[in-house]
Design a protein around this ligand. Sequence first.
Ligand SMILES: [Zn+2]
Length: 161
Amino acid sequence: MKRSPPPPVIDAARVVAYAFVDDIPYLPVGSRVLADNAVDQAPRLAIAVSLSSPSGPLIFHCDEEWIAMGASTAESIERAKQDAECNYPGVGNRWIDTNVTVEEALAFYDSETAGLKCSFCGKRPFEVDGLIEGPRATICRGCVEEFYCDFQFDDGDVVGN
Ligand SMILES: [Zn+2]
């Protein structure tokens, strides 16, 4: 089976290391996989850091196309590798560092989302609760709430003219 490296970003997280584990039998130990269905054998693993928050890294359990089937969390990249070792013994010496920078990850993310951003505050989809796309502008939930509040409590004329 063809083994291609992962994209720089999976699910709005910057991939820092990856490993091919399709030939390592999965051991269901200490499973903390966050998914609707429990993930057993995964052919690919990726350790990634969320673009939106500097919290601990994620371990993505991916299919051959690097689509995340499930994810677990860890306190550090070292800890993520230790956790993966429990499920995939021997993966420890297979990790490949990507050296993807935050700038490269954001550029890739923007290309994947066609540069979608809030027209008012400039935030990207992963930074907001949801983006509403209109024919001429896109607005995030935060800006909707801000403008709504302004509208509610302004007793002057409608703003903007
Ligand atoms: Zn906004």
